[in-house]
Design a protein around this ligand. Structure first.
Ligand code: ADP
Length: 454
């Protein structure tokens, strides 16, 4: 079977639906194919927050920021391995593109709240209602339907189709019935297939630190298909060894825990011995390795009622109940009771907290030099949550230029081929800062869609 469009987008996560909407608004015929029975990809299970300097929220809240500071934070967060040209494009466009998402796609954001992720000089992450990617994805999907963009789910792209000049002119795909369908995109094909964080074999091919002690926060479709397909037609890859782990995930499912974001409101991390062992604000990779180095390979995040009340936990009550049901979090009136649930050494834990509360009073963490979010743990009930690290984001992927064009190993654009989102590499360097995945996919999703429509 054959289907003909101007533009074909592969993958219906955040980047893909944004690229399709943008291409369609340029007046061309565009279709999206998605291998899962549902849309959303990793964007759906993400927090949905995105960083933007000088945004409308920062303005309302009186936060001083600049494009240059955001670029500097992003580059330095990635150990200066990121591609400065791409970072600059993201930083210069994200505020306007965020307004486009708000006004054109009608994504709703909390007007007066910004998330301050590690590595950012100021709070700059805009927060969708509900605190998850669900709001983003639901509104994008609604827009896709409204614009009558055909969306083929359960349709897996296998290979790119090229003409005799190696120009990409389509993709061949298959559906569950085993039918092969060729989708032609006369103007271009946009790869937005996401990362490879659900493909441990591929991770290990490039990275020798990560092994099966790590779970994965990724949806199952994140298997690196786009990278393989593009490599078949000569695409270059970059930064493949840079795989980010997230330290505080659900030990049973690997899902990233939003309840554990209490860490950003003051929760401390202890081990079974009742002792702190790492700075809670350290980088994701550092905390992850520190947790795995503990005897039982778990971390125990602890907070009190005051921290709970200052946190966003109300947005995540369903997750909390679920964790409770599986014995992964405990709420108890006293420190002893909470500790007993996980067989944590209560006496040591009590002295750890006493010592830590002393640091909070002095405003200085003498043991681990915690950079921020110092808060005393004084008021019951107390909470302890068991956490483990998981593979979270693959910084590496297809090499693109500022026009979201995929570059070959010869350094030339592979005509007809564009990519955006986690399938690409280069923006985040060695380490992606919180909130930057969504900024990346919004900006480069739009660029890819706009250019593919030409
Ligand atoms: P991004 O954040 O870059 O948008 P996501 O993970 O949110 O990435 O979305 C990627 C989407 O692409 C997922 O929904 C995934 O199932 C889909 N996908 C991955 N590989 C293929 C493929 N071979 N064919 C079709 N869809 C794919």
């Amino acid at each position: 079977e054959e289907k003909e469009y101007d533009v074909v987008v592969v993958g219906a996560g955040g980047a893909g639906m944004i690229a399709a909407i943008e291409a369609k608004s340029q007046g061309v015929n565009v279709a999206i194919i998605e291998k899962n029975p549902f849309v959303g990809g990793n964007t759906l299970v993400s927090g949905g927050e995105f960083n933007a300097p000088n945004s409308w929220v920062q303005e309302l809240m009186g936060v001083e920021d600049s494009v240059e500071q955001y670029i500097e934070d992003t580059l330095s967060g990635g150990d200066y391995e990121g591609n400065e040209e791409l970072v600059r494009i993201m930083a210069e466009n994200i505020s306007a593109d965020g307004e486009w998402l708000r006004d054109y796609v009608e994504v709703e954001f909390i007007e007066d709240y910004l998330m301050h992720f590690g590595g950012h000089s100021v709070p700059r992450a805009i927060y969708p209602i509900g605190g998850s990617g669900i709001e983003l994805i639901q509104k994008l999907e609604r827009k896709v339907h409204e614009m009558e963009i055909p969306l083929y789910t359960k349709t897996k792209a296998n290979d790119l189709i090229v003409d005799e000049n190696n120009r990409v002119i389509g993709v061949s795909a298959e559906n569950p019935e085993g039918n092969m369908i060729n989708f032609y995109g006369t103007n271009g094909v946009v790869l937005t297939t996401g990362g490879f964080g659900a493909n441990l074999e591929m991770v290990q091919k490039y990275n020798d630190v990560i092994d099966d002690r790590y779970k994965s926060t990724n949806q199952k479709g994140a298997t690196g298909d786009g990278v393989y397909m593009a490599q078949e037609v000569g695409a270059d890859v970059t930064d493949m060894a840079f795989v980010q782990t997230y330290p505080t995930c659900n030990p049973l499912t690997g899902h990233l825990s939003y309840v554990a974001d209490t860490r950003f409101d003051g929760a401390i991390l202890v081990n079974k011995g009742g002792e702190r062992f790492v700075e809670e604000m350290d980088r994701r990779d550092v905390i992850s390795e520190a947790i795995l180095a503990q005897e039982d390979t778990f971390g125990y995040l602890m907070w009190d009622e005051t921290i709970r009340n200052n946190s966003n936990m109300d947005s995540y009550l369903t997750e909390f109940e679920n964790l409770e049901k599986y014995g992964l979090v405990v709420k108890a009136d006293t420190i002893e009771e909470a500790a007993a649930f996980f067989e944590i050494d209560a006496e040591t834990l009590k002295s750890t907290i006493e010592r830590y509360n002393g640091f909070v009073e002095k405003g200085e963490d003498e043991d681990f030099q915690r950079r921020g979010n110092l808060a005393a743990l004084k008021e019951g009930p107390y909470y302890i949550q068991q956490v483990t690290p998981a593979i979270h984001h693959t910084m590496g992927g297809l090499r693109i230029n500022g026009d979201a064009q995929v570059i070959s190993t010869e350094g030339e654009w592979i005509e007809g081929l564009y990519a955006a989102g986690e399938v690409t590499g280069g923006v985040h360097g060695k380490n992606r800062l919180g909130g930057n995945a969504i900024s990346d996919l919004i900006v480069f999703g739009r660029i890819a869609g706009r250019n593919a429509a030409q």
